[in-house]
Design a protein around this ligand. Structure first.
Ligand code: ADP
Ligand code: MG
Length: 288
């Protein structure tokens, strides 16, 4: 039988936007000493608008570049993909077919369009392949930039931006008051990560982190004795959500994240993480 206080607090939790999938994890929420957040789609809305498009090739217009990128992104469920598709639709470009689509985890996508090999990838992917990032493409502090390669040649870039969720700052402040360290792990670039984590007053951040590195980072903190909760929304967050002592998925995120998590933030509101910990504490006090 479920102890009465637990049953009551679970339904109270539901009223406060928390869907509890694993009650043991819920009861352990009071032990959390560190909360690790994904950035895109978690602390930010993950709703990207295209801010800049630039083609480096004279025979390729901005809309051509957009159409190529959109062709690949139709096969991806990443927030960047959604932003690029929306822009292609807004510009009414016709989107070509793609063959041999491949997702390069945490780095981008690739495929064949009109017999050409096309990539849409992160700045980190360019660096790994010894390609220079052109000065004009250096992102401003709030932009996420992806590069388009055609047959191994740098063809242009697309910059996108999303917004910090309204209640993210309050969530971080609240956790700090409870003595909990807050840390950001993101696959996005250094500048954006620094800007967002500083704006929110977080303890620290790590940028250009690949999905398996998110998991390693959590293990590292656990080895230091931290009781770690991880909050994320993406497919790429799932291994980290599974590794964390408590995995928390954002409701608007991917199914994979939700299925892996112990708790789901139904309203996609980071503030509800703070109430989760308060609940955990008061439930425990009532039980002892
Ligand atoms: P985050 O931790 O911010 O959710 P990801 O690990 O999903 O980031 O992605 C890291 C980076 O890889 C992105 O910022 C982008 O540069 C690149 N990337 C990932 N998926 C895609 C995609 N579908 N199209 C283009 N770029 C992508
Ligand atoms: Mg994310």
């Amino acid at each position: 039988a479920i102890p009465l206080v637990v049953a009551i607090s679970t339904s109270l939790a539901a009223k406060n936007g928390l869907l509890v999938r694993n009650r043991t994890a819920f009861e352990n929420a009071r032990k959390i000493s560190m909360l690790i957040f994904d950035k895109t789609g978690t602390l930010t809305t993950g709703i990207f608008g295209v801010t800049r498009i630039s083609s480096f090739l004279s025979n390729l217009t901005k809309n051509d570049l957009l159409a190529l990128a959109a062709a690949l992104e139709q096969n991806s469920e990443h927030p960047i993909a959604t932003g690029i598709i929306s822009e292609a639709k807004a510009q009414k470009v016709s989107i070509p077919n793609v063959e041999d689509f491949q997702a390069i985890t945490g780095k981008g996508v690739s495929g064949k369009v009109n017999q050409k090999n096309v990539w849409v990838v992160s700045p980190g992917y360019l660096r790994e392949n010894n390609l220079n990032i052109p000065e004009v493409a250096v992102a401003d502090a709030s932009e996420t930039t992806v590069f388009v390669l055609i047959d191994n040649q740098l063809a242009g870039f697309i910059s996108l931006a999303d917004q910090i969720r309204e209640s993210s700052a309050e969530a971080i402040q609240n956790l700090k008051k409870q003595g909990i360290k807050t840390f950001m792990l993101t696959g996005d670039n250094q500048k954006v990560a620094e800007t967002v984590s500083q704006k929110l007053g977080m303890t620290g951040y790590m940028a250009e982190v690949l999905p398996h590195q998110k998991l390693e980072k959590i293990k590292e903190q656990q080895a230091k004795g931290e009781f770690v909760a991880m909050t994320g929304d993406g497919v790429n967050d799932a291994p980290a959500l599974a590794q964390a002592d408590i995995g928390i998925a954002i409701g608007s995120g991917t199914d994979v994240a939700a299925e892996t998590a112990d708790i789901i933030l139904v309203n996609s509101d980071p503030k509800d993480v703070a109430s989760l910990i308060e609940f955990g504490r008061s439930t425990h006090q009532k039980m002892i």
